[in-house]
Write a protein that binds this ligand. Structure first.
Ligand code: SF4
Length: 308
């Protein structure tokens, strides 16, 4: 099977619908997060150091300038503005409106991807996003869930449980919005079986997109200390490939995979070593799917994963 037919990727999905390449351009709009500013907590999620995934640390640049300076070399005709860093619905709706519209007004921007927490999506923000969608913009609400297990969410100090995710998805769907759910593989205390159960619960709730991510241990996070003290271990690449591969095989074809692996930049990344390069794990997943079947091929079949 051709690699393009193994996964219903976001690139593939957008190309089919728009007729040409559409790329995401990342924005850091200088938001904060209720799990960091004291509203919910101060320490944040134990894995979190936004500097590891935010490609734009210069938030002195306007949203427009961040988008314009990211375009060259992208080889796409159209773009989605991806509000990535921190919690991008965490402001008064008037402020959100100003930021989102600054992005939408940039030439060749055809939509928004808005990353946020499930407990931070008031109806006013959903309604605003739904209005852009009704006007023809491509809109994705990206919800960080990471795990469907409340025990794990508590352990990593998320500050919300699975019920908050269920509520956010239900309301987003009432507004007709597409939801992309972010999941982390390799969280402390979780075996591959838990990742499969998380996937099952997420699919039961219904979502239009998924983003899979290996656990990164990054400088400045609480997990960095736990890892240095030997309290948690870094994920092996082979384990990630098998788990992500099985999750993809259990994902219905119509669910769009926004990402199946992720990198972090050194020196922020401490472990695992293989996470500083996207390609080995990406190619490993492609090989796994070639051997065992692509997206949706294992629906209704027993797990290939051996759990300890
Ligand atoms: S991962 Fe997201 S929700 Fe958690 S502390 Fe970091 S910005 Fe906040």
């Amino acid at each position: 099977m051709q690699p393009d037919n193994l996964i219903n990727s976001l690139g593939r999905d957008l190309k089919q619908r728009f007729g040409h390449k559409v790329h995401k351009l990342t924005i850091d709009a200088d938001f904060t997060c209720p799990n960091r500013d004291g509203s919910l907590g101060l320490g944040g999620c134990t894995f979190c150091n936004n500097a590891s995934f935010s490609s734009k640390t210069n938030t002195q640049l306007s949203i427009r300038d961040q988008l314009e300076t990211s375009k060259p070399g992208m080889r796409a005709k159209k773009y989605l503005a991806y509000f990535q860093a921190y919690t991008n619905t965490y402001a008064e709706v008037a402020v959100l409106k100003q930021m989102y519209e600054e992005a939408l007004e940039v030439t060749d921007i055809v939509g928004l991807c808005v990353g946020t927490r499930p407990d931070c999506v008031p109806d006013s923000a959903l309604q605003l996003l739904a209005e852009y969608q009704q006007q023809g913009a491509e809109v994705w609400l990206e919800l960080g869930l990471q795990s469907a297990f409340d025990s794990t969410l508590e352990r990593i100090n998320r500050g919300h449980g699975f019920a908050a995710y269920q509520d956010a998805v239900r309301r987003a769907h009432q507004y007709g919005l597409k939801v992309c759910t972010h999941l982390i593989i390799g969280l402390p205390g979780e075996l591959p079986e838990q990742s499969l159960i998380t996937l099952e619960r997420v699919l039961e709730e219904g979502c239009e997109g998924l983003k899979l991510h290996p656990l990164h241990i990054v400088r400045g996070s609480q997990m960095a200390r736990q890892w240095k003290q030997g309290e948690i271990q870094a994920l092996e690449m082979d384990d990630y490939i098998r788990t992500a591969g099985e999750m993809i095989r259990r994902t219905p074809w119509e669910v769009v995979l926004h990402r199946v692996t992720a990198t972090a930049r050194r020196p922020t990344l401490l472990a695992p070593d293989w996470c500083d390069n996207r390609w080995p794990s990406y190619m490993g997943i492609q090989d796994y799917l070639q051997q065992h079947g692509g997206q949706a091929s294992a629906l209704g079949r027993p797990s290939l994963i051996q759990t300890a």
